[in-house]
Design a protein around this ligand. Structure first.
Ligand SMILES: NC(=O)C1=CN([C@@H]2O[C@H](COP(=O)(O)OP(=O)(O)OC[C@H]3O[C@@H](n4cnc5c(N)ncnc54)[C@H](OP(=O)(O)O)[C@@H]3O)[C@@H](O)[C@H]2O)[C@@H](O)CC1
Ligand SMILES: Nc1ncnc2c1ncn2[C@@H]1O[C@H](COP(=O)(O)OP(=O)(O)O)[C@@H](O)[C@H]1O
Length: 492
């Protein structure tokens, strides 16, 4: 499990350690670890010219001390003093070590800074850390365009400009690698910010983990402890029966994809309810399927569902399921059927467009009044949290980083996963995810665990289906069983 802690928790944990150490010791540890990582990358790349961007806070202090260590070891280091002040101790160390200093505290960049950034092999971003507000300081907005395309950008603690809590998207200096200290922060794991982080390296400076995490991520090794593995005494009913109301006369594929995924992910049994065309296809594609009503442990409702007369049976089944106390996964068109809060375990699985539609229907407001597409893209987990609170449901937001947000009353950290290749952005992949999550919910997992674990296995299956290349959703579904077996073989 990877855990990230919000800024107040990080500051409190650091404060306890700091009080027991000589003044400045924590920063020395941070700078030394940072310099070691940069030196290792320099020797890998055979690079020499280092530009350190130094902000006015302690993040700038870490970066400038690290620059001093690198310069003392012979690197060619230029520090750009970009804050309204500069950490005094670090400045003294930098001067003594022979770091070249350039000031750019406001206005346009000096010519020397422009050319140094264009020619740098390594750019160390110490502009803002956990004290940063979202967005780059006004005079530094052009920095991402000034850094040469070949430079390795190493962010100190977090990429400057990113929201440390990872809730909102903003302009930022994207990093190839982010070096953080002892504790990961939400910025490193959240959909609004993770793309700017690059490779995350955590170096230990002796700060212990706080008790409560703000964000969690399952690692592959966690699957063994979480995945529902049948015991010798189990039968298909005790393992969980999933009722599936997906696909229609036009979206026949959604039924095949979701049912295939549930079956290959290892559900005890699937009962499918749907019209003739998808039923006919399923009889051939997934002969394990049982058709028609009967007892189930959970429902999957939505993918490819058409809300018209031809699907009256599906609609009445879906409405009965929503009125029951059984767990439900609600995807795509099924999201339109939920108007009231639900107290039984419920996992909603919208992509950003569906999240906008759902939140708009619930009258959730955006920054300038009516919620817009930009609002949802800017702050997906904030909007998901509002929907979760309003409906009492867990909301899984799909995308390159999947975020699973529980209602605030549950008091559960946000779970995020980023296990799939970008090739997974393909039609039908969401239907497959719905099937996996449905299978997990039917086996008795809670919605948040089912959502995050489902996203993990779905992402890994996409990678394994065709490593490094394009995948079709059906191949992802067919790969699920082997992927679960592979993950269960990993040492816990
Ligand atoms: N705590 C510890 O023990 C350890 C901490 N460590 C390190 O300290 C870092 C945190 O340092 P920090 O608290 O000084 O905050 P940091 O992010 O450097 O600067 C904040 C300054 O920037 C300003 N400002 C903010 N946003 C802005 C914006 N958008 N645009 C413009 N200005 C903006 C804001 O000023 P304001 O505008 O609010 O007056 C404030 O002065 C942490 O990430 C880690 O690297 C390590 O050494 C390990 C031990
Ligand atoms: N850039 C990306 N990288 C990795 N996975 C992605 C990316 N974009 C989307 N996905 C995943 O692909 C799936 C797409 O789901 P969805 O949009 O519902 O597709 P559909 O409705 O066609 O089934 C989701 O699981 C999502 O998390």
């Amino acid at each position: 499990m990877i855990r990230a802690y919000d800024v107040p928790a990080v500051r409190a944990a650091e404060e306890v350690v700091r009080a027991q150490l000589p003044d400045g010791e924590l920063m020395q540890r941070a700078a030394t670890g940072l310099a070691q990582v940069i030196a290792a990358r320099q020797s890998e790349e055979g690079s020499d010219r280092v530009v350190v961007l130094v902000g006015g806070g302690d993040n700038g202090g870490d970066a400038l001390y690290a620059g001093a260590i690198l310069a003392a070891d012979g690197a060619n280091v230029l520090a750009v003093l970009a804050g309204s002040q500069t950490h005094e101790g670090a400045l003294g160390a930098a001067e003594s070590a022979g770091v070249l200093l350039e000031e750019w505290r406001s206005g346009e960049p000096p010519a020397a800074v422009v050319s140094a950034l264009a020619e740098a092999d390594v750019v160390v971003d110490g502009i803002l850390g956990i004290g940063g507000r979202p967005g780059l300081p006004e005079h530094l907005r052009a920095i991402p365009d000034l850094v040469g395309t070949d430079a390795l950008v190493v962010a100190v603690d977090l990429p400057s400009g990113c929201d440390p809590e990872g809730q909102v998207r903003s302009d930022a200096l994207y990093a190839d690698e982010t070096v953080t200290f002892s504790l990961a922060k939400p910025v490193h794991l959240m959909p609004a910010t993770e793309q700017a982080v690059g490779l995350l390296t955590v170096i230990d400076i002796g700060v212990p983990e706080p008790e409560v995490a703000a964000v969690q991520r399952f690692s592959h090794a966690d699957v063994t402890g979480l995945w529902p593995v049948p015991a010798p005494g189990d039968d298909k009913y005790s393992r969980g029966v999933l009722g599936v109301v997906t696909g229609g006369e036009h979206y026949t594929g959604a039924a095949v994809l979701s049912v295939t995924a549930a079956v290959t992910a290892g559900v005890g049994m699937v009962r499918y309810i749907g019209p003739e065309a998808p039923t006919g296809l399923l009889r051939h594609a997934v002969p394990e399927t049982v058709f028609g009503p009967g007892r189930v442990q959970a429902w999957l409702i939505g993918s490819g569902l058409e809300l018209d007369e031809a699907t009256a049976k599906q609609l009445s089944t879906a409405r009965e399921a929503l009125a029951s106390d059984l767990p439900v996964v609600l995807d795509a068109g099924g999201l339109d059927l939920l108007n009231e809060p639900r107290s039984a375990p419920t996992l909603l699985t919208p992509h950003l467009g569906e999240l906008l539609r759902l939140a708009t229907r619930l009258d959730i407001q955006g920054e300038g009044g009516t919620l817009t597409d930009a609002d949802v893209r800017h702050a997906p987990t904030v909007v998901a949290g509002q929907v979760a609170d309003r409906l009492g449901c867990t909301v899984l937001v799909k995308g390159a980083v999947t975020a699973v947000v529980s209602p605030a009353s549950v008091g559960r950290p946000i779970l995020t996963q980023a296990d799939g290749p970008s090739w997974l952005a393909t039609a039908g992949a969401g239907d497959v995810l719905g099937g996996v999550c449905g299978a997990l919910l039917a086996s008795g997992l809670d919605p948040a665990t089912a959502g995050a674990l489902g996203a993990l296995v779905h992402g890994v299956a996409a990678d394994r289906a065709n490593p490094g290349g394009p995948v079709r959703a059906l191949d992802v579904a067919h790969e699920l069983g082997r992927t679960v077996a592979h993950l269960l073989r990993l040492p816990a």
